[in-house]
Design a protein around this ligand. Structure first.
Ligand SMILES: Nc1ncnc2c1ncn2[C@@H]1O[C@H](COP(=O)(O)OP(=O)(O)OP(=O)(O)O)[C@@H](O)[C@H]1O
Ligand SMILES: [Mg+2]
Length: 232
C-alpha cells in the first residue's frame, strides 16, 4: 500500500500539519469502505502522536509512535500490510530515519512556506531525497507543497518561488494548504477539521473552507499516487 513521507529539513515547515490533515481526510473518505490509514510518527518530538492522543481520532487511523532509525523500516513494512495508506511524519533534519523512510516512499511531500529561506531548505531536502533514491537504487517521486498560504492573495514572493521551482524542474502541488485556524485547532483540541465545532456563522464558514482545502489536497495526493503506480 502506498507510503507517503513528509520531509523538510526546515523545522516548522508544516510537515505534521500536512500529514495529519491528509490522514484525517483519507480516513474520512475511507470510513465506510474498510480503508485504514497508518500514521507513523518518526519525529522524536512526537507531535503527530500528541495529536492522536488528544482523542476523537478517527477509528481507522492507526498510530505508530516513537518510531526511530532502528525500527522505521520494520514499522513501514508492518503498516503497509495493515492499512491502505501509510503516512510518515519526520523530524526536520537529515537523519538515517529520514533516509530510511524516503527509501521506502512512493511519494515524498516537501511542505514549504512561501519564503526564500524555506525554498532554500526545500532545495536541501531534495538533495537528501536524491541521496535516498541512490541508496534505494530507484526513482523516488517528490513534490513541493506550499503551506500556510494567505487565503486572500498570492504574494509576490510566492509567485517568484513558484517560478523558481518550476524552472528547476521541481514538481509542485497545484493545491496549497491555506493558513487557517482550523488547521491549528485540531492540534489544540484533537479530532478532525470536519469535527470542529463552530461558535459563529463565520467560524462555520472558515471550517468549511479548511475542510474543502483538505479534500482537494487529498484528491491531488491520490491522483499523484495513481500516476506513480501506473508508471511502475
Ligand atoms: N495550513 C496551516 N494553517 C495554519 N497553521 C499552520 C498551517 N500549517 C502549519 N501551521 C502551524 O505552523 C506551525 C508549524 O507547523 P508544523 O508543526 O506542521 O510544522 P513541522 O514541519 O511539522 O514542524 P517540526 O519540524 O517542528 O516538526 C504550527 O504551529 C502549526 O499549527
Ligand atoms: Mg512536525
Amino acid at each position: 500500500m502506498p507510503v507517503v513521507v513528509f520531509a523538510s529539513s526546515k523545522g516548522g515547515a508544516g510537515k505534521t500539519t500536512a500529514c495529519v490533515v491528509l490522514a484525517c481526510e483519507l480516513a474520512r473518505q475511507g470510513q465506510d469502505k474498510n480503508i485504514g490509514v497508518s500514521l507513523v510518527d518518526a519525529d522524536p518530538n512526537q507531535h503527530s502522536a500528541a495529536w492522536a492522543k488528544h482523542g476523537d481520532t478517527p477509528k481507522n487511523i492507526q498510530l505508530f509512535q516513537e518510531v526511530n532509525e532502528n525500527n522505521i523500516l520494520d514499522v513501514i513494512e508492518q503498516a503497509r500490510e495493515q492499512t491502505s495508506f501509510v503516512l510518515v511524519d519526520l523530524e526536520g533534519v537529515a537523519s538515517s530515519a529520514v533516509i530510511g523512510a524516503v527509501s521506502r516512499a512512493d511519494l515524498v511531500i516537501i511542505p514549504s512556506q512561501p519564503s526564500q529561506n524555506d525554498a532554500k531548505e526545500a532545495a536541501r531536502t531534495i538533495k537528501t531525497i536524491k541521496y535516498g533514491a541512490r541508496v534505494a537504487n530507484r526513482n523516488i517521486p517528490f513534490c513541493v507543497l506550499f503551506t500556510r498560504l494567505s487565503a486572500a492573495i498570492v504574494t509576490k514572493t510566492g509567485k517568484a518561488l513558484f517560478a523558481e521551482f518550476d524552472k528547476a524542474g521541481v514538481d509542485i502541488f497545484e493545491c496549497s494548504l491555506i493558513d487557517r485556524e482550523a488547521f491549528r485547532s485540531i492540534f489544540s483540541f484533537g479530532g478532525t477539521v470536519n469535527g470542529l465545532e463552530a461558535d459563529s456563522r463565520s467560524a462555520r464558514r472558515s471550517i468549511e473552507k479548511a475542510a474543502e482545502n483538505a479534500r482537494l489536497y487529498a484528491e491531488e495526493v491520490k491522483q499523484r499516487l495513481m500516476a506513480v503506480m501506473r508508471a511502475d
